[in-house]
Ligand binder design. Structure first.
Ligand code: SF4
Ligand code: SF4
Length: 286
């Protein structure tokens, strides 16, 4: 786990980016992105007397991946739902801070509340936001969950690091739906992750054939990123997949029943699409 700390306050530099993204409707059906605009930009509106944003990264890069003749699941969804796993860890961390320092108040966030987690992590020196819009680190790549503790405690603050994307365009070139419309700008509503997880309607026929066998999420722009050559397997047993997940063939996916789905994906973030959503995605890939 890596940790970086920023002074809590209004994230002024993110205003134009967020406004532009929302105005161009690049969030598609993710209407929750429109909510809490002010809170998204200012953690002091989320936590009384907030002084510091402690950003944390937790590796989810798996030691083994799915067999090649399979429909693909984003690596972050192999194991148990990270929201619950990380929330527990953050509660322990907050408890330990309170035991060691005294009366500190705070709240823990894991991709669940209106916090611009990548922006805070970058501000805290944990990495830079790459052309694929993921947080990238020189040492360990981008297969990391990002979480925050917002505390009413003054701390020493870290500094942002420089961008190391350089002339590379590997992610832009590899994206099968051209969702990275220009360096550092992803049109969320063209991304396979959006289609396979967020979109509630039928998948648009004009996209048929362009999902490159991804049935839940998409890792292409991370898999091709040279900085991910340095990824090392995580050590969190709860992120290990049900062994059946890695060996499912395309045929197995096509024939998967709701009973098998419930066993293989018990406590998995894949439950977000429900069985019907996953079936819809698989039928689209056939
Ligand atoms: S996750 Fe996949 S579809 Fe989305 S931007 Fe990256 S490569 Fe493109
Ligand atoms: S693939 Fe290249 S351009 Fe894209 S995020 Fe990685 S380093 Fe940056």
């Amino acid at each position: 786990m890596s940790c970086g700390i920023s002074k809590a306050g209004f994230l002024e530099e993110e205003v134009p980016r967020l406004e532009d993204w929302l105005n161009k409707n690049q969030h598609g059906q993710m209407v929750y992105m429109e909510n809490h605009f002010d809170k998204r930009l200012d953690p002091t509106l989320l936590v009384d007397d907030a002084k510091s944003v402690v950003s944390l990264l937790l590796n989810y890069y798996p030691s083994d991946t799915q067999i090649s003749d399979s429909f693909k699941i984003s690596k972050y969804a192999y194991g148990q739902d990270y929201h619950f796993v990380i929330k527990e860890k953050l509660k322990e961390l907050l408890h330990s801070i309170q035991e060691n320092i005294g009366a500190v108040s705070g709240r823990a966030f894991v991709d669940s509340a209106p916090v611009l987690d990548k922006a805070w992590a970058a501000k805290s020196g944990l990495g830079w936001i790459g052309k694929n819009s993921n947080l990238l680190t020189q040492k360990v790549g981008s297969f990391y969950f990002i979480a925050e503790l917002i505390l009413d405690l003054e701390l020493d603050y870290d500094y942002a690091v420089t961008d190391h994307c350089g002339n590379c365009t590997a992610c832009i070139d590899a994206c099968p739906t051209e969702a990275i419309i220009e360096p550092y700008k992803v049109n969320g509503s063209k991304c396979i992750s959006y289609y396979t997880i967020e979109l509630k309607d039928n998948l648009p026929m004009e996209m048929k054939g362009s999902f490159d066998d991804w049935a839940f999420g998409c890792d292409i722009c991370q898999d091709v990123c040279p900085w991910n050559r340095f990824s090392k397997p995580h050590k969190e047993p709860l992120f290990n997949p049900n062994p059946d997940l890695l060996s499912l063939t395309k045929k197995d996916w096509e024939e998967i029943t709701e009973e098998t789905f419930k066993v293989v994906f018990k406590n998995s973030p894949i439950k977000r699409t429900k069985f019907s959503g996953l079936k819809r995605n698989i039928d689209f890939l056939k």
